[in-house]
Write a protein that binds this ligand. Structure first.
Ligand code: HPA
Length: 279
């Protein structure tokens, strides 16, 4: 893969796909879910789960972090066939961008109609509060590498990918309506994706706001790009774990982020389960 100028290649993907489909109890999932911070709980609600460790999937990237053994979980959620990725790969961990987006690419190649992605993000919209859930309406890509850079394989997707409906407008509205019905407060906004692993300086948070974003984080964008490449619909959700307001900035660290993500997790999980149920 590396060196060929191709980030994602058809043969590797076909091998991974074959192995996964052989293990699942159904032909193809309807919905893919990338369980970012705050969505881990959704995995526990999957019925008749089939767990496939990443290390047992040919060509799948393997986490180098001890205790972070990732897995795909296939099964049923509210009567829908789902395949969820528990554990994702971040660019800041050192993976190239092809590996960062490989799981999303694999889920899409299994034939899902919809990909649901979640993340923890810093809010730069002054109206936001810690613990808010934001439905992503759009993104700004500030990753230093592009997952589709290199020779394009038309069997996977087109050379030039339209980002018009990147976060599906119908799904945004649908999710908003479900949240309203269920009394879950949601925000909507633009996600700014960058590599990390530093959190932003006050000046950077200010810049991100001026550039038109509402939240900033270190994941999601590469995965969403490959999903759109394959034509899969995307729903993106962020938990606002800290506020990047330059004039009143407070210290942030991983504990702060994980604590806020953990607190908001039950409502995000509830929302996702309801969305899946009604899709
Ligand atoms: N910046 C970048 N990534 C993040 C943040 C942040 O403030 N919070 C959670 N992930």
């Amino acid at each position: 893969m590396e060196g060929s100028g191709v980030n994602i290649d058809f043969e590797s993907l076909s091998q991974s796909k074959k192995a996964v489909l052989e293990s699942l109890n159904f032909e193809k999932p309807d919905i893919g879910i990338i369980l970012g911070s705050g969505l881990g709980g959704v995995a526990d609600e999957i019925e008749k789960p089939v767990k496939i460790l990443y290390k047992d999937i040919p060509n799948f990237p393997v986490s180098t972090v001890k205790g972070h053994e990732g897995m795909l979980i296939g099964g049923e959620l509210k009567g829908k066939k789902v395949c969820a990725m528990k554990g994702r790969f971040h660019y800041y961990e050192g993976y190239n961008i092809g590996k960062v987006s490989y799981g999303a690419q694999l889920l899409c190649s299994l034939g899902i109609d919809t990909l649901i992605v979640s993340n923890a993000a810093g809010g730069v919209n002054p109206e936001f509060e810690r613990g808010d859930i934001m439905i992503i309406t759009d993104h700004i890509n500030f990753f230093p590498e592009h997952p589709l850079r290199g020779k394009n394989d038309e069997r996977l997707g087109p050379r030039f990918v339209d980002m018009y409906n990147v976060y599906d407008r119908g799904l945004v509205k649908f999710t908003e309506d479900i949240a309203l019905e269920d009394g879950i407060k949601v925000r909507k906004g633009v996600y700014f994706g960058l590599q990390g692993p530093t959190f932003e300086t006050a000046a950077e948070y200010r810049m991100i706001r001026i550039l038109g974003a509402d939240a900033v984080g270190m994941s999601t964008v590469p995965e969403v790009i490959v999903a759109r490449w394959t034509g899969t619909k995307v729903l993106g959700l962020s938990i606002i774990t800290d506020l990047g307001l330059p004039d009143t900035l407070e210290p942030v660290n991983q504990e702060v982020v994980l604590k806020a993500a953990g607190e908001a997790a039950p409502k995000l999980s509830r929302l996702v389960v309801k969305v899946v149920e009604n899709l």
